[in-house]
Design a protein around this ligand. Structure first.
Ligand SMILES: Cc1cc2nc3c(=O)[nH]c(=O)nc-3n(C[C@H](O)[C@H](O)[C@H](O)COP(=O)(O)O)c2cc1C
Length: 192
């Protein structure tokens, strides 16, 4: 898709609406190169990407199910099966971790750079003809899952997002967008 049109029409594709097409190794390499070409104050690369093919998704799903069961001892089989399937809902999955480095660059700026990785990954997927969606859900906020992803909560690491990737069955219709006149206004000295 032409770049300008792609940027003007970007939409997320929900995992349930994806076709069962995973990126090839070469496509994935391109997606990841685009994803990591982000503004990065101090050139710290304060993010890490964890890649899940179908086998890794299954292993991760079993881990999530076990964690869910531990946190929710009353959970029934259906709930646990749902959690096991959570990371397997799309043909490919990338977890983006924010891994800030302590020093002179503010952590907030490093976290923004991790968010930029997520958005760039969406754009990279779209540019290569794939649908993608940035989800967090509870698994982004659990310290044990963060550790299993290689993040260290004690160092301020966090999950920036899980990016689900798959084929596009049909182009999603657009959703309502914020009114530019409301969200982008000339600055006034009064601060409004
Ligand atoms: C940090 C972040 C986390 C998100 N987590 C979720 C989520 O857990 N569940 C969800 O339905 N949408 C989540 N979203 C929103 C979707 O990714 C998506 O942006 C939204 O459905 C709007 O669709 P659009 O991207 O086509 O505008 C998240 C977005 C961001 C930026």
């Amino acid at each position: 898709m032409e770049l300008l049109t792609g940027l003007q029409t970007r939409r997320s594709v929900a995992p349930k609406d994806m076709a069962e097409t995973a990126p090839t190794e070469a496509q994935l390499a391109q997606m990841l190169a685009i994803a990591t070409r982000v503004p990065d104050h101090g050139k710290l690369a304060p993010w890490r990407l964890r890649l899940f093919d179908k086998v890794a998704q299954g292993t991760f799903g079993a881990m999530i199910a076990a964690r869910y069961q531990f946190l929710n001892p009353e959970a029934n089989e259906a709930h646990i099966a749902f959690e096991r399937a959570r990371p397997t809902r799309a043909p490919y999955l990338v977890a983006v971790l924010s891994t800030p480095v302590q020093g002179k660059i503010p952590v907030w700026e490093q976290q923004l750079s991790a968010g930029a990785v997520c958005l760039n990954l969406l754009h990279g997927c779209n540019a290569l003809g794939f649908g993608a969606k940035w989800l967090t859900e509870w698994i982004a906020y659990d310290a044990e899952i963060l550790k299993a992803l290689g993040g260290d909560p004690a160092k301020g690491d966090a999950v920036a997002g899980f990016i689900y990737i798959g084929g596009i069955k049909e182009i999603p219709t657009d959703r309502e967008r914020p009114d530019l006149v409301t969200v982008a206004t000339p600055w006034q000295a009064s601060g409004q």
